[in-house]
Design a binder for this molecule. Structure first.
Ligand SMILES: [Cu+2]
Length: 226
């Protein structure tokens, strides 16, 4: 009984850690704590990288609060694929995945983007933009190169709120949250099973020496007096 409950407790502890870790990372604001700058507004420095695939890394960014001075630097790690980093100015608006390049361009002409950087296809190329964090909400960033947005090259910038990543295989944040909840439920079930098992086990517990354990008090607490 003793060794099984110890194993159960150890398994529960490990699962609890595994379950809590993704939850903690999912809600953790990205980047270091803000410095304070002009007019007392915080300065948020954010970094994004792109490569020869259709993905922004990371796929979520966050300014600590609306009104912050935000600098975004985008770095090219690839060598064959140009990109743009285009941040929409429309609060809580998500481009439909079926949007054609011409309809996206029409939308951006009507709603001037907060940031529109061109990332050349030279390894190590960087481009950066500074802007004031917009009103509270989530803003989508996309790549305007032909076919890139359609292939899932997008992400979400939260102003004062932690954004959820895009759905799909490239965006595990939502999956982490679900996995964290499932693992936490399993841990709860294990702990409940452990408690119930211990209560039932205590009715007919064997003396420790018959299980092969020495009496703990004899070996650890008081040495023999003679
Ligand atoms: Cu692109």
């Amino acid at each position: 009984m003793g060794s099984i409950s110890t194993r159960l407790a150890a398994a529960a502890a490990v699962l609890l850690l595994v379950g809590a870790l993704p939850l903690a990372t999912a809600f953790e604001p990205k980047g270091p704590a803000p410095e304070t700058g002009y007019r007392g507004h915080a300065i948020d420095s954010l970094s994004v990288s792109v490569a020869d695939t259709f993905v922004f890394t990371p796929q979520t960014l966050m300014a600590h609060a609306p009104g912050d001075n935000v600098t975004i630097t985008v770095t090219q790690l690839g060598s064959t694929t140009p990109h743009t980093f285009t941040l929409s100015s429309v609060t809580n608006y998500t481009f439909p995945s079926s949007d054609s390049p011409s309809s996206i361009q029409a939308f951006l002409a009507a709603h001037h983007p907060l940031v529109n950087l061109t990332i050349q296809m030279t390894t190590g190329f960087t481009a950066s933009a500074t802007f004031v964090a917009p009103p509270l909400g989530v803003y989508e960033y996309i790549c305007l190169e032909q076919g890139h947005f359609g292939s899932g090259m997008l992400g979400f910038f939260g102003s004062g709120v932690a954004p959820t990543g895009p759905a799909g295989p490239g965006a595990p944040v939502g999956v982490y949250i679900i996995a964290g909840i499932v693992v936490s439920l399993v841990v709860l079930a294990l702990v409940l099973g452990f408690v119930v098992g211990k209560r039932e086990g205590s009715k007919h517990e064997m003396p420790p020496e018959r299980l092969g354990y020495p009496e703990p008090s004899a070996s650890t607490s008081s040495p023999p007096l003679h």
